[in-house]
Design a protein around this ligand. Sequence first.
Ligand code: 5GP
Length: 121
Amino acid sequence: MSETIFTKIINKEIPADILYEDEISLAFKDINPQAPMHFLVIPKKAIATINDIERQDCEVVGHLSWVAAKILKEHGLAEQGYRTVMNCNEYGGQTVYHIHLHVLAGKPLGWPPYSAKLKIE
Ligand code: 5GP
């Protein structure tokens, strides 16, 4: 797959507000936050979409949720609740094709998400 901006963040070629890093994953604040706390947890392995997750990636993908909860606990945001979202492709609203777990916390969140206007040819 082609390189995305997230590969540049992993390689420290562009800056990010990093919250956690280990050999498998990186977590950093979203540049355009949609909640008082909005960060992304990504695998260091570049996987384009949920559709591209292979059986051997399952541990890596599960690790992302563990990292999310660890950060939220450390920030005192876990008990009140939060949302994790992974968007996929156009209808899911994905814009960066390197899977990432959105983590939104710090305020009550509405459900369901609204439909977006898409330009379908
Ligand atoms: P998606 O729309 O693919 O689900 O989410 C991509 C997310 O990445 C968006 O919420 C967007 O604000 C965030 N994002 C895009 N470029 C950058 C960047 O360069 N730095 C950071 N920290 N976040 C980014």
